[in-house]
Write a protein that binds this ligand. Structure first.
Ligand code: HEM
Length: 398
């Protein structure tokens, strides 16, 4: 617990570990954040994780994440002493230097590319569901969620499926406290693994996404070996843990709400529009920004170098942004949220994520329309940058 600095008013101090917010055991991840938001000013300060601010209102969160002039991405993880070592491209680079890297990613993760791999995604989903359908039971977390996005990603970059387990492990070490490897060790393991792959693709590029990034023109030059390793590590950790845990939250919700299952199943083949409402309601990424200069913000004085956390969930569930925000309503016409962030760092993988979730739901509900939580389910929260549930076990009639 950090000593409260002189510029922080006592009225704005709350005891919050952003990776395990108060009452999370009782209320669950999203309702725990909703309660914190309802009970506090729009910006608060916590002594946990070396002491930092938290944007709690949708408006404050949106302002922080979309304003790189005042809030830098140089450090995006608390505690700051750990976040300082993150250094991955493009997440920890501010505009204008950030732009060419983003152009590179946007070009490889655009809607056309995602449409092109739709069949790979669908085959992967069907294969995994069919493996358990006849059993009437599965640990959805380990059997499906942890396998599916890694398999899709490995297919996109043409790496062997057999490497999925270690990749997932390193990603978890970089995003969760209390893992067997530190953040730096996890990152080093990624770099050691990807370095030779990048060298090989530089010498003999193929048709895969990694080769395309390595050989793409970036204003008269191509990515260096180390830059390519860094970008690829970032895409891997950003695109795996998020989808894994988002799917976990959604399947729990569906297991507990037969009407919601029927509503989605009735929508048939194309669930992509409906999925946006789920991303609004179930935001799960908590990152941060470093304050650049001394400023006044929502009635408090932020000092240069302070960290401010942005739990993306609070935007979509803020009643000032969306009426009756905890209700899932597929007919909402406008549903502002920050599930994928906003501003220059807004998720370049969102088309892929939407497609992965939509296809999972389409294929799951077609084959297993009715299911419930199994007795061995353990919905205890797992702390980390990405909200998570320990074990989503499901059962259904066969
Ligand atoms: C449930 C799914 C996902 C969620 C909720 C999610 C959420 C986010 C959020 C909130 C950010 C903004 C971070 C910031 O402002 O600092 C982000 C950035 C990013 N995401 Fe995603 N993401 C998801 C899936 C994916 C996928 C599938 C990929 C790629 C395969 C991906 C790749 C990235 C990358 C590379 C960045 C960094 C972009 C930058 O710094 O410019 N994400 N994501």
């Amino acid at each position: 617990m950090t000593v409260i600095p002189a510029h922080v008013p006592a009225s704005h101090v709350v005891d919050v570990d952003v990776y395990l917010p108060p009452l999370i055991e009782e209320l669950g991840f999203h309702r725990a954040w909703a309660k914190l938001q309802a009970d506090n000013p729009s910006v608060v300060w916590t002594p946990r994780n070396e002491g930092h601010w938290i944007a709690l209102s949708g408006e404050a969160l949106q302002q922080v994440q979309s304003d790189p002039q005042r809030f830098s991405s140089r450090v995006i993880v608390v505690p700051k002493s750990i976040g300082e070592g993150h250094g991955l491209i493009p997440t920890t680079i501010d505009p204008p230097e950030h732009r060419p890297y983003r152009a590179l990613l946007n070009a490889r993760l655009n809607p056309g590319t995602v449409r092109g791999i739709g069949e790979t995604i669908r085959h992967t989903a069907i294969d995994l569901i069919e493996q358990v359908r006849a059993n009437g039971h599965c640990n959805f977390t380990t059997h499906y969620a942890e396998v599916f996005p890694v398999r899709v990603f490995l297919a996109m970059v043409n790496l062997p499926e057999a490497d999925a387990d270690k990749i997932r492990h390193w990603a978890a070490c970089m995003t969760r406290p209390g893992m067997p490897m530190t953040f730096d060790e996890g990152k080093q393991a990624f770099f050691d693994y990807l370095g030779p792959v990048v060298e090989e693709r530089q010498a003999h590029p193929g048709e895969d996404m990694l080769s395309q990034m390595i050989t793409a023109d970036m204003g008269g030059r191509t990515l260096s070996r180390d830059e390519a390793v860094s970008v690829c590590t970032q895409v891997l950790i950003a695109g795996v843990d998020t989808v894994v845990n988002f799917l976990g939250f959604i399947l729990v919700e569906l297991a507990e709400d037969p009407a919601l299952r029927r509503e989605l199943a009735a929508m048939g083949e194309n669930l992509t529009p409906a999925v946006n409402e789920l991303f609004r309601r179930f935001g799960l990424v908590t990152i941060g920004r470093e304050v650049r200069d001394d400023i006044e913000f929502h009635g408090v004085a932020l000092k240069a170098g302070d960290m401010i956390c942005i739990p993306t969930v609070v935007h979509g569930i803020d009643p000032a942004q969306n009426a009756d925000p905890l209700a899932i309503d597929f007919t909402r016409r406008r549903a502002p949220h920050s599930g994928f962030g906003s501003g220059p760092h807004m998720c370049p993988g969102q088309e892929l994520a939407r497609k992965e979730v939509a296809i999972t739901l389409e294929e799951w509900l077609r084959r297993i329309p009715d299911f419930e939580l199994a007795p061995d389910a353990d919905l205890s929260p797992v702390p980390g940058i990405v909200g998570a549930l320990k074990r989503v076990s499901l059962q259904w009639p066969v």
